[in-house]
Design a protein around this ligand. Structure first.
Ligand SMILES: [Mn+2]
Length: 317
């Protein structure tokens, strides 16, 4: 089995511009370090629609949901095709595309239980019914879980918004693609009240930075891996804003303090990879236009990839 990079330079789901440049920023890091890891494996570039950013928004509760659905369908197809024969490493702009990644895995393996490791400062579990911002990159996990969260509804949806959201929930052909008990969060620390209630209601475990530092990384990882015991496949979504913006950099759309350092991220990703159940790994939300330390966020993400790639290579050889 080989490895493939699935490149998704989309940023229409974010509230700030620039995340589509994150992948190019990583390529520059590779060039400067004379590292060949990004050139070593074939790439599949998914068609995106960033020109839509210039069009007026007519779906305020799910901004640019129509082109987002098109991007997500393309991601679903690309990941579905790749994951059947290769290990896809998804390099993406904004996090909204993750519903497509999960849907692609589920579409390829509809009868298998898919586990999700969501490493992020944010829970990304809003629906268009609960979102205060309307940004679709705050909704990918709710889309995969098929959760509307109507009991906490603050928005009434237009027909276009409903149709788009239904399409997102049904991308894999199986709704939901994943179950809440098969999801674990790492580093979530910036949530809205509606999200807290949804997480609590569905019992989704969040390994907070303080808990991991207090109890130790190893016991937390053993426990988290056990939680996903009955999953046949695991997918890891790594949002770089899970890392501490003061320690690493602010080169991401929604930076948050008091996050992980890069060593902790390598430990988390590495431990799940060693279970040999991981079918796909994703990097999102690097935004070099916001980086006060030149290209530090992309450098850090690149070094994490450089560090975990040998594990992926060993397990898939
Ligand atoms: Mn995110």
């Amino acid at each position: 089995m080989s490895i493939r990079y699935v490149v998704v330079e989309s940023e229409i789901g974010a509230g700030t511009r620039g995340s589509s440049l994150g992948i190019k920023a990583m390529e520059v890091v590779g060039w400067n370090k004379q590292s060949e890891i990004l050139a070593k494996y074939p790439q599949k570039t998914v068609e995106v629609y960033n020109q839509e950013l210039y069009n007026e928004v007519d779906t305020p509760n799910a901004i640019r949901i129509e082109p987002s659905v098109k991007v997500l369908q393309n991601v679903t197809e690309a990941v579905c095709e790749s994951v059947r024969k290769e290990f896809p490493i998804v390099l993406s702009g904004d996090h909204s595309i993750a519903t497509g990644t999960i849907a692609g895995i589920k579409k390829a393996y509809p009868t298998r239980k898919v586990g999700v490791v969501w490493i992020d400062a944010h829970a990304d579990i809003h629906s268009p019914f609960t979102t205060p911002s309307g940004n679709v990159h705050g909704m990918p996990l709710a889309g995969a879980l098929g959760l509307d969260n109507l009991e906490l509804k603050i928005n009434d949806l237009s027909e276009k918004e409903s149709a788009g959201w239904n399409a997102i929930k049904n991308l894999s052909g199986v709704c939901p693609s994943v179950l809440p008990e098969h999801c674990v969060y790492f580093g979530v620390r910036d949530t809205e009240e509606q999200e807290d209630q949804i997480i609590e209601k569905h019992g989704i475990r969040n390994y907070r930075v303080e808990e991991i530092r207090h109890r130790g990384m190893v016991p937390c990882l053993i426990e988290a891996i056990e939680r996903l015991e009955e999953c046949d496949l695991v997918y890891i979504s790594f949002d770089v804003d899970s890392m501490d913006c003061d320690y690493i950099s602010h080169g991401t759309g929604t930076p948050v303090s008091k996050g992980f350092d890069d060593v902790e991220i390598r430990q988390i990703i590495g431990a799940f990879l060693e279970t040999e159940k991981v079918a796909c790994l994703e990097f999102v939300e690097i935004n070099p236009t916001l980086d006060e330390k030149k290209n530090k966020m992309a450098e850090t993400a690149f070094e994490i990839l450089e560090d975990v790639l040998p594990i992926i290579e060993r397990i898939n050889s």
